[in-house]
Write a protein that binds this ligand. Structure first.
Ligand code: 13P
Ligand code: SF4
Length: 305
């Protein structure tokens, strides 16, 4: 089967079965082309709620499929590949967090959405990279315990100096690989390019950027900018997507190693197997976990990003 034949078959089955396909921005171009909605973590949350399809297929990683299920417990939610987890989401267990919270009385617990459903049950508010600064500014609490991404946390804290932040060791192994030396080398190679990075990068990398933001914000910035060249400091699929959408501009990866193997686990064939009923993983969670985890996600959506 060619890529196009496979895509046509996916579109035919998905229409027949009323399946909504959500794809995170880090998915490959062939998957983007069959998706109903593509976006960053915050956009995916909002669109998961809006869809009236009976089945939602999340092409991304496990915590994203869990979030869709929590927001739409009556829907059948499929994760595109059973092995697509996010290592950061599993860095702190619920039991760890219960202990950690005892050391931070009076702190509101703010969790990056890249956390397991279990961990979310112990958190007050969830945030995504695009919604975090505005949500935390609106929260009445002065003291914030931010988990699990210290890099994202310190980027947020710099923007909100009037609040007190505490962090627990954690972060994205993919973005944390990018070094300051790679920034210097990329700047030397492309002196006229704008440097756009994800705030999951280390603070010394983010500090050197022209812009830091979520995957969607990086793409929007590059598309709207009058500059012609961009160095992209996030998962390298974004370099390819931007090159597709802006042929007259040039995009360079900040680091050849910024590849998330979990996001890459899903192939177009997996998507076909999911829609034809022979692949993927149906997400199941007990009602108590979903109800408790939903409070922090609802709080995020209520604050509005
Ligand atoms: P955003 O899509 O919210 O920018 O998150 C990036 C990410 O690493 C998702 O796993
Ligand atoms: Fe998790 Fe990082 Fe991969 Fe995103 S890029 S899914 S945060 S490991």
């Amino acid at each position: 089967m060619t890529t196009m034949e496979m895509q046509q078959e996916i579109l035919r089955i998905k229409r027949k079965k009323n399946i909504c396909i959500l794809a995170h921005a880090y998915q490959s171009q062939d998957i983007w082309e069959v998706a109903d909605y593509i976006g960053d973590s915050f956009g995916l949350c909002k669109n998961a709620q809006r869809s009236d399809a009976e089945t939602v297929l999340m092409c991304g990683v496990r915590f994203m499929a869990e979030t869709v299920k929590i927001l739409s417990p009556d829907k059948r939610v499929l994760l595109s590949h059973p092995d697509a987890g996010c290592p950061m989401a599993e860095q702190i267990s619920r039991e760890d967090l219960i202990e950690i919270k005892k050391q931070y009385p009076g702190h509101a617990v703010v969790a990056y959405i890249n956390t397991t459903a279990e961990l979310k049950t112990e958190c007050d508010v969830c945030v995504t990279s695009s919604s975090a600064p505005s949500i935390i500014r609106k929260m009445p609490e002065e003291k914030i315990l931010f988990i699990p991404d210290c890099n994202l946390g310190s980027w947020i804290a710099k923007q909100i100096p009037d609040k007190e932040f505490a962090f627990i060791h954690g972060g994205c192994p993919t973005h944390a690989r990018i070094t300051k030396e790679e920034v210097e080398a990329a700047r030397r190679a492309h002196p006229n390019a704008k440097l756009l990075v994800h705030p999951e990068c280390r603070p010394e990398v983010t500090a050197l950027a022209d812009f830091a933001g979520s995957t969607t914000e990086i793409m929007t910035y590059a598309q709207k900018s009058e500059a012609d060249e961009f160095i992209i400091g996030t998962e390298n699929s974004i370099v390819q997507h931007l090159q597709f959408s802006c042929l007259d501009k040039r995009f360079y990866p900040l680091s050849k190693t910024c590849i998330c193997q979990n996001m890459k686990a899903t192939t177009l064939a997996d998507v076909l197997h999911c829609v034809d009923g022979t692949g993927g993983e149906v997400i199941e969670m007990d009602a108590a976990t979903m109800d408790a985890a939903r409070r922090s996600i609802d709080a995020m959506l209520a604050y509005g990003g």
